[in-house]
Design a protein. Sequence first.
Length: 384
Amino acid sequence: MSLSQGKIIFARAKKLGFAAAGVTGTANLPAAAKKQADLPANTSSFIVLAHQYPPFSLGEVYSGDVNIYLAQYSRGYDYHDHLKNKLKSLTKQISSVLGVKHHWYGVDNHPLSEKSLAQQAGLGFLGKNNLLIIPGLGSLYFLALVASPLKLKYLVKTPAQIFFAGNNNKAIELDNSSSCQGCNKCIQVCPGNALNINGSFCKENCRSYLTQQRGILSLSQLKIIANNFWGCDDCQLVCPHNIYNYNANYYDSTIRNYSKNNWPLPGKLFPADFLNIAHNNSISSKLADYPFSWRGARILLRNFLINLAHDKAYNYLSQIIKISENNSPIIRYYCGYYFYNLALEGRPVAYQELKKLYIQESDNNCREELQKLLRKLSTEERSQ
Ligand code: SF4
Ligand code: SF4
């Protein structure tokens, strides 16, 4: 199969707003993964595509008196649906132009490692922040896959060169190195010390991972979460490879063929949207449009309670007292965590609520954890 087939595919992908693409074979794919992914039997190559994160600022998606942070990738309409729509259009177009049916595509909804396939396709290199960095694009992008029955040729130029060529893109001139060189900025900035100079990554200390983790987190893990409601961008925002990605010109359509019109913006979120989860026991249709909705009502409410606690948001006390009657022990515990943080600030009423919650608690595990908070409070009081 010819090199030009790959070029045709890349040109169509670029028109649909993808920022980089590459091709790779299927030889290194474990048989079990192939089967699990339900790939068409005639799959010979993968087209690996990168699409920039939604272009919205935090203020465009959230407003309220509680300080929270949403990672850049989670702002805007759910990327799974948005990118799948683009892939549907891409596969339709290339099936028609190349005369061979392409129908399997995926965004995070399959067992294949998109990151490994992208690296194999020559899209970029693994940075010390454990993310795949595409020279000239950085790491603030999503990956997507299309299975192809064609034996597509590896393109000689780097995908980034093909995509950005002719755009007079300064990022290519200034930031096209394919390594971290002597930089350690992400390791230094990571709030959980999750990254290590030897390339190891401790997910249990990663804020992004913790905002998705179920159950009761340790106090040190809660400290790492701080005021992040979902995800963490710290190791990406300091990365020199992303320098153009948070420049105001980043979304300028003349630079990367990309504009705000390319991504739907769901309804703006307010604190009440998160607190209403407790009253309705489910997430609203507005929250359901965001990409974190897959994690479910309980974890989203828990994360907001953690943010409220860390913000010492005293004016929410009466609402949290009501929520502490919730039938989930996890939610009751995090109401206790909110009371604990206010009690640390010298709010006696919050201390009384924590004590009441502990006395009334019927779930053994939750009761034990609430007791730990009470003990910690008395230790801290004694040490003052
Ligand atoms: S996402 Fe945040 S917590 Fe996780 S490794 Fe990067 S900086 Fe550290
Ligand atoms: S911040 Fe520096 S060390 Fe970390 S991934 Fe970027 S270039 Fe590499």
